[in-house]
Design a protein around this ligand. Structure first.
Ligand code: N01
Length: 552
């Protein structure tokens, strides 16, 4: 399907190119096929699965229940797939996504081991020219980015990293071949969701595990368990209803949000409520009260409750204190679910190293130098996070109208209209992009909703003979302002989190997701569709241009 400059194709080689074959890209392909679009998916990895292809570190699992963290678009799919555990593990998620690729016969349109490196919009044909690291160049009417919000590791900028003589591992690009840590002295840098999962999963094999902690996270109790056949049958009987109900909740999941403020209850009632939710496990404890993410006092009640759980597990008071998060609101950085993480520090062979007071000086051939103390290691695991939300987009040399690059457009942070498109880059569409609820939700719900909306827009445009979908700059400005206003009313800005790009030196500090919740976002985007897409600039091309695609 490779085109050459001497092969002018006014309708393009494809109607759509999709980048990425994770949850987003697979569903986008399924939808676009349904609309009759000739579609090609490019995926850098040697398999489908996106996040769940790359993050195959021991202990990797979602912290959303499997019955929510899965596609809802096809009832037969959800009826036939047996999730074994409450929180799905990485191997099971990868198996599931491979099953989806096979079940819907998606593979023929997915080109693996092909990274999209550049895309240029041609203003004379309204087509994107997409080039890859394999030297291919194809044209397509639409470019859909399903590149993931947490897919590009942030640069591990430790001095001396290359000199390390032991085994260097990264959670976000864990080897596909088995890693044997038996009897090794293992170090883990980073205590976000990835670090908290990997520590208890490697410590049994390791001779000794050292955890290098700069910022202790707030943690809720992960209550993983097997799903019983009875539970499965009960859910299956009402699955569609269950899914529809989930979309009526702000995070796209019913984690039993309370409807009172902390100020509506007595301290005793509040403590009882938190305890009951803690006993259930999961993120439910974080949504007990409506004012926790908007009032510092309310937030402190939850923070205090979570802090008090740590010494109940961790026996050494000094270690318990070191593990205790302070100085930022709970929820402003993502709350992790811990399954055996705190308990790990009761073992003689697991040690917490504080790299807040004394930062890591450098990595040496033998291990990690903290101040002037060298911690000798045989293996070092980096769980140091991602260049979130914009990293994967900005890695591609994307050029829109007038040759403007996306790097120029987003120099002060990402801007978009509804999180789906950015002005000056026609026919470029983001799945769960910056400015949409995305990472603040059960991301599979965000992905499905976003993909459905975007593909419908594309199909409607094509059916109307539209060859160019751009965004009105003023509508974009208003949406960005709304996203910022919603965020400003919360405590999100007070955590030095990846939500605001604070984990990547030099990255503009902008709150990137939309904090208004799934129902408000659906209401807004549904209204935009119903009203004929105000805020979009839909241009009809010549008959020849308009003949691409065949929306149904
Ligand atoms: O990354 P992170 P992650 N010296 O950015 C530390 C999703 N996810 O991969 O905070 C010392 O949270 C850094 O310290 P600090 C989920 O959305 C979900 O763990 O910068 N430490 C931090 O502790 C999650 O939020 C699941 O002070 C350094 C850590 O590295 C997101 O992915 C599982 C350092 C990075 O934590 C990212 O999680 C996994 C330095 N120089 C991931 N540089 C589940 O669903 C960085 N750090 C359960």
């Amino acid at each position: 399907m490779t085109s050459t400059p001497s092969d002018p194709a006014p309708t393009g080689d494809f109607d759509a190119v999709v980048v990425g074959a994770g949850f987003s890209g697979l569903y986008a392909l399924y939808r676009l096929r349904g609309f009759g679009f000739r579609t090609r998916v490019f995926e850098a990895a040697n398999g489908v699965g996106g996040t769940w292809h790359w993050n195959r570190y021991p202990g990797a699992r979602s912290d959303a229940p499997s019955t929510d963290y899965s596609y809802s678009f096809d009832d037969a799919l959800q009826q036939e797939w047996d999730w074994s555990e409450f929180y799905p593990s990485q191997p099971e998620l990868l198996e599931y996504l491979n099953h989806v690729a096979d079940r819907f016969d998606l593979r023929p349109d997915i080109q693996l081991e092909t990274r999209v490196t550049a895309a240029t919009f041609d203003e004379t044909t309204d087509l994107w020219t997409v080039t890859t690291d394999t030297g291919e160049s194809v044209t397509a009417r639409f470019l859909v980015l399903g590149t993931g919000n947490l897919s590009v590791p942030r640069d591990a900028d430790f001095e001396g990293l290359d000199s390390f003589e032991g085994e260097l591992l990264q959670t976000s690009s864990w080897p596909q071949t088995p890693v044997d840590l038996t009897g090794k002295r293992v170090g883990v840098i980073g205590t976000g969701s990835s670090g908290v999962q990997v520590v208890p999963s490697v410590m049994d094999a390791a001779a000794h595990t050292k955890v290098f902690q700069r910022t202790p996270p707030f943690a809720a109790r992960g209550a993983n368990r097997k799903i019983t056949p009875e539970e499965r049958a009960e859910l299956r009987a009402r699955y569609p209803e269950y899914r529809a109900h989930a979309r009526t909740h702000a995070p796209g999941i019913d984690n039993n949000p309370g409807d009172k403020k902390t100020t509506d209850v007595t301290p005793e009632e509040m403590q009882r409520e938190y305890e009951e939710r803690w006993a259930v496990g999961g993120h439910s404890v974080t949504v007990a009260y409506t004012d926790v993410m908007v009032s510092e006092e309310a937030n402190e009640t939850l923070a205090d409750f979570l802090r008090a759980r740590i010494p109940e597990v961790v026996k050494d008071p000094k270690t318990a204190e070191l593990l205790t998060p302070r100085g930022y609101p709970v929820g402003a950085r993502r709350v992790v679910l811990e399954i055996g993480y705190y308990d790990a520090f009761n073992r003689d062979d697991v040690e917490l190293v504080d790299v807040r007071t004394t930062p890591i000086t450098r990595i040496t051939p033998k291990g990690v130098l903290v101040g002037d103390e060298e911690h000798e290691l045989d293996a070092l695991i980096l769980a140091t996070g991602f260049d979130a939300m914009t990293g994967a987009v900005l890695k591609i040399d994307i050029r829109g109208l007038g040759g403007q690059t996306i790097q120029e457009k987003w120099a002060a942070g990402p801007v978009s209209y509804l999180g789906v498109s950015t002005a000056g880059f026609p026919n470029l569409l983001f799945i769960a992009g910056p400015g949409s609820p995305s990472v603040l939700t059960n991301v599979v719900v965000a992905i499905e909703q976003s993909t459905e909306w975007i593909t419908q827009l594309m199909a409607d445009a094509v059916a109307d003979g539209v060859t160019r979908i751009d965004v009105d700059a003023e509508s974009e400005r208003q949406w960005v302002e709304h996203v910022n206003e919603v965020a400003a009313a919360t405590l999100f800005m007070q955590g030095d989190s990846w939500y605001i790009g604070a984990n990547v030196p030099g990255k503009p500090r902008v709150f990137m997701p939309y904090a208004g919740g799934v129902p408000a976002y659906i209401e807004r985007t549904d209204a935009v569709r119903a009203e004929g897409y105000p805020g979009f600039l839909l241009t009809k091309g010549s008959d020849e241009l308009a003949s691409t695609g065949s929306a149904s």
